[in-house]
Design a protein around this ligand. Structure first.
Ligand code: NAD
Length: 502
């Protein structure tokens, strides 16, 4: 152990700690007072970045810069030009692809292939897709009769909402941030982003891209810090922020909603989940195992859409548990840049403590641990990282803590079921309503089930298959509102009706 510590500190002496600043009005800004915080690598707990923590003064400055941008060039720019600029942002991200991949890998520790194939390219695509939506969206018009016989014409225009506060989580930082910044800018707003304190890198790098492309100063701003008594609270409480879009935990959403009620500011929330995966005996078995494995363990289980409750029809229950166990035990821990790594650490030691406390609780509540349940034995250079074993449980009652609460880790409980009605009731027995994944070859049943499970997104024989034109969001405590395609316009614009008497 001593040896591990000394080798880790040797590494920290060799690799420079990245200095990360706020991005306000097109400039990289160190917070007045010089308050900073450290970011540690999830791989080995080494300090990798020192981040300037924004205070009230920096948030005020960001609001001022954003307002000036809206009142200046950005507020008058024709849609076609804005669309072209956002395409240029996507192209510039693609040109600097490797830097974005490296930055995100450093912050999250997740394997390179996940960054390269999904999180970074989809993040770039968010700028193009929403630019194209706004370019092509029609508006409404109504002709009306008037007593003088001349009539009137009503038509609607969409105007930007103003300054959007964008508060982001750490699990897919670039993808989830651009999912909001893309449509917000496409609609002509200015944004102030508060990335997670765990993942400050790519939002900051995007500031460089904005400057290169010539996005006017103040349109895109980034303030770093934490939630309460820090940048997150200062931003969401700021009366100059016109609306807040947030992705993160349900309890944080509740705090932000209180802040937003001051001044009656609009909110769009994408929050937690405790999603059910449902596997019928008539499914394509291998595909179902593969789909449930991905949904439970991709990104080390840190996906809001992930499946932590799996219900398998009794005739294939035992076989399914064995097959999933085999897949889970096949993951290869390692550094993200190594080719054969398939599985990364959790985001932080703090999150690991939380996940491990659930692992302990599961055993206390009587679970059979099919696989995992602890910390893997890794070589000395990784031993200080935030690693946990991917874990499967069976045998818990439906009211067990790990069956009810969102863990946000690489784990699931598998339970047999016998009837369709039974499994619908089980799937719906949660305060959350984000997504579900249903595996069956009986499509009539699939349609029936999908309509009755109370979620925002139901996948059939698939998972995380996202068409960005479709509505994304959750029911119950998983969210408020929908984003995606034209649905994003509902939040990022105001529809103004213009009535012209003829
Ligand atoms: P979190 O709620 O702890 O933090 C999210 C962001 O909110 C961070 O930037 C944080 O600094 C900020 N924050 C915290 N308290 C705040 C406050 N009082 N005021 C303003 N800002 C505050 O969430 P997390 O741990 O970063 O992310 C994991 C959670 O996100 C999970 O619950 C997961 O399900 C959820 N999530 C949901 C979706 C979705 O689309 N529904 C997607 C990804 C993650």
């Amino acid at each position: 152990m001593t040896q591990t510590k000394s080798s880790a500190s040797q590494v920290s002496r060799q690799i420079p700690v990245r200095q990360i600043e706020n991005f306000i009005g097109g400039e990289f800004v160190t917070a007045a007072g010089g308050k900073r915080f450290d970011k540690r690598s999830p791989l080995d707990n080494r300090i990798i970045s020192s981040i300037s923590e924004a205070g009230q003064a920096e948030v005020d400055a960001a609001v001022k810069a954003a307002r000036a941008a809206l009142q200046g060039e950005w507020g008058r720019i024709p849609t076609e030009k804005r669309v072209a600029m956002l395409h240029a942002v996507a192209d510039e991200i693609t040109r600097r692809f490797d830097e974005f991949v490296e930055a995100e890998m450093a912050d999250t520790g997740q394997p390179r292939h996940v960054m390269e194939q999904a999180f970074i390219p989809r993040g770039a695509a968010n700028f193009k897709i929403f630019a194209d939506v706004i370019k092509n969206v029609p508006t409404e018009a109504f002709q009306m009769a008037t007593p003088d016989g001349e009539g009137a014409l009503n038509y609607a225009i969409r105007v930007p909402k103003g300054i959007i506060g964008v508060v982001c989580p750490w699990n897919a930082p670039f993808l989830l941030m651009t999912w909001k910044v893309g449509p917000a800018l496409a609609c002509g707003n200015a944004v102030i982003v508060k990335p997670s304190e765990e993942t400050p890198n790519t939002a900051t790098l995007l500031g460089e891209v904005m400057n290169t492309v010539g996005i006017p100063k103040g349109v895109y701003n980034v303030v770093h810090g934490f939630g309460p008594d820090s940048a997150g609270a200062f931003l969401t409480e700021h009366p100059g922020v016109d609306a807040i879009t947030f992705t993160g935990e349900t309890r944080t959403g509740s705090a932000i909603m209180k802040a937003a009620s001051n001044g009656l500011r609009d909110v769009s929330f994408e929050m937690g989940g405790k999603n059910a995966g449902i596997v019928f005996a008539d499914c394509d078995f291998d595909k179902a195992v593969d789909g449930i494995f991905r949904s439970g363990f991709l990104n080390s289980g840190q996906v809001c859409l992930g499946t932590e409750r799996v219900y398998v029809e009794r005739p294939i229950f035992e076989r399914f548990v064995v097959a999933l166990k085999e897949k889970v035990e096949g993951v290869r821990f390692g550094r993200p840049e190594e080719h054969d790594t398939t599985y990364g650490p959790l985001i932080s030691h703090e999150h690991r403590e939380k996940v491990l406390s659930y692992y302990k609780k599961a055993v206390e509540e009587g679970a059979t641990v099919v696989t995992g349940g602890g910390v893997p034995d890794l070589p000395a250079e990784l031993a200080e990282g935030a690693w946990v074993q991917p874990t499967i449980w069976t045998g818990l009652p439906d009211d067990a803590t790990v069956v009810r609460e969102e863990i946000f880790g690489p784990c699931c409980h598998i339970r047999p079921f016998d009837a369709e009605e039974e499994v619908i009731a089980l799937a719906n027995d949660t305060e959350y309503g984000l997504s579900t994944t249903i595996w069956t070859s009986n499509l009539a049943r699939a349609h029936r089930m999908a309509a009755r499970i109370d979620v925002g997104i139901a996948w059939v024989n698939s998972w995380f298959l996202r068409d960005l034109r479709t509505a994304f969001g959750g029911t119950k405590q998983s969210g408020i509102g929908r984003e995606g395609g034209v649905h994003s316009l509902e939040f990022y614009t105001e529809l103004r009706n213009i009535c012209v008497k003829l």
